[in-house]
Design a binder for this molecule. Structure first.
Ligand code: EPU
Length: 423
């Protein structure tokens, strides 16, 4: 990528990664065809669809972003390590398969790059519904002594993954399940809406108490995935960081509020329309204080990108990571480009510098990769980002989208690219 770029123009946001990675496994619950629109063209989606195919589901693309899934006749409720290691969300097949057939075997998702990622809350939820869970030789096995029974589940920590997984199982449990201290992210609401379109009875998604009345039959449905909050936020930050002027289209402005608010604090001008947001910056980048939190707080998945912009602020910013133990690994890469960031545990102190300089760097995970792209756009000279498979797991057509906004960017194929475990 060449730096010294000012992004201008319009960019269309795709479907939400963290919604679609729950909704694809949810189709397993249905007897009948599901047609899903606004499916982002990312590698996480391809891998989940391969898992469905291996279980015996029929998967067919109507167009680039519309997929038809018929899982009526699945024969093999198993997700192998070969596929599970590629992405975290493979474990959503656990909840969906428990709901569908009462038992499941899913390999543990592979190593991770954000710190410890326990699944105790998922297991607790499944056990509350009457499932037995064991982990043998790296495979999570669940079985049911009798039937799946609705229950009261109080999550000890707010977990997106556990809320989704237990919700997927509970839609078919007998009676009422109440999830307390549930996650409230937009993708939780999107999954609940999809489940309800399929005939489930899920209420309260988007609040911290979700009530699910189990139903006997879940049928196929047609559904459109919500826009990706994090993809949109990434282009908004990129626009501000480069002193550009970008209209980010196909967004839900309400989902963007915590990000828009911080961008204004950092010196950007943000204008909201019905389904788009214009971001530009004319003055300097101002320092900011950020603490990542569960929704509706500032999302952890925007932390690396925002920090990247703040490396160029006129003053000192303080970033506190409130969700993950280890989400500052990208800081060493930004330092190679001239950033001045001190990290102490979950706090990063960013002393703004006049400019960054292009350098060879490595994406350590998905959002870290996005942060490096933003840095590369602002830096002087050329930056080469290695391991972009991380970025392509969650950003569709990222090279074309940045190029359409004026970036000088080229994707270089290298042999032996390995998709790593992840988010
Ligand atoms: N946690 C537990 N026990 C559990 C589950 C989680 O202690 O059983 C802890 C985690 O260690 C963490 C906190 O709870 O400290 C929150 O974890 P959560 O379960 O909410 O995260 P996740 O479901 O694994 C999803 C997204 C992440 C995003 C987080 C937080 C997907 C596929 N992944 O992860 O997205 O950072 O929620 O919002 O939805 C990304 O897209 O870049 C990404 C990392």
């Amino acid at each position: 990528m060449q730096g010294d770029t000012r992004l201008t123009g319009q960019v269309n946001i795709g479907g939400a990664k963290n919604a679609v990675v729950a909704i694809i496994p949810a189709t397993i619950l249905a007897k009948g065809k599901c047609v899903i629109h606004n499916v982002p063209n990312i590698s996480d989606v391809s891998i989940l669809l391969r898992m469905l195919s291996e279980m015996g589901a029929n998967v067919r693309f109507h167009s680039k972003r519309t997929v038809e899934i018929d899982a009526s006749n699945i024969i093999n409720p198993f997700v192998s390590y070969e596929l599970a290691r590629h992405l975290r969300a493979s474990y959503y097949f656990l909840g969906a398969l428990i709901g569908r057939c009462g038992h499941a075997s899913v390999s543990m998702p592979g190593g991770c790059s954000l710190g410890v990622r326990p699944i105790d809350q998922h297991i607790k939820g499944f056990e509350c519904l009457g499932s037995s869970v064991s982990i043998d030789h790296g495979v999570i096995n669940t079985s049911l002594k009798q039937e799946l029974i609705g229950s009261h589940v109080y999550f000890d920590v707010v977990s997106v993954g556990a809320t989704i997984n237990v919700m997927l199982a509970a839609v078919r449990a007998k009676g009422l399940t109440i999830l307390e201290n549930a996650a409230k992210e937009p993708h939780i609401v999107d999954l609940a809406n999809f489940l309800n379109t399929m005939g489930a009875d899920v209420r309260g998604a988007g609040t911290d108490v979700i009530k699910i009345h189990g139903v006997d039959i879940i049928r196929g449905a047609e559904y459109t995935i919500i826009p990706d909050q994090i993809e949109a936020g990434t282009y908004m930050i990129a626009a501000a960081a480069t002193g550009g002027d970008v209209l980010v289209k196909n967004v839900i402005p309400k989902h963007m509020e915590s990000i828009s608010n911080k961008l204004v604090r950092a010196g950007a001008i943000v204008e909201e329309y019905d389904e788009s947001i214009r971001v530009r910056r004319e003055g300097p980048i101002l320092p900011a204080t950020i603490k990542t939190m569960t929704h509706p707080g500032f999302p952890t998945d925007m932390q690396p990108q925002f920090t990247s912009m703040l490396t160029l602020a006129e003053g000192t910013s303080v970033i506190t990571e409130g969700i993950w133990d280890s989400r500052f690994r990208y800081v060493d890469e930004l330092a190679r480009m001239g950033a001045n960031i001190q990290v102490d545990g979950k706090v990063a102190v960013v002393q703004g510098v006049k400019r960054l300089t292009g350098a060879p760097v490595k994406a350590t995970d998905l959002r870290a990769g996005a942060a490096l792209m933003i840095a590369a756009l602002t830096a002087s000279g050329e930056t080469e980002i290695e391991d972009i498979f991380h970025i392509e797991r969650g950003y569709e057509d990222v090279v074309d989208k940045f190029r359409a906004l004026g970036a000088s960017i080229k994707r270089i194929e290298t042999p032996d690219v390995e998709i790593s475990p992840a988010l």
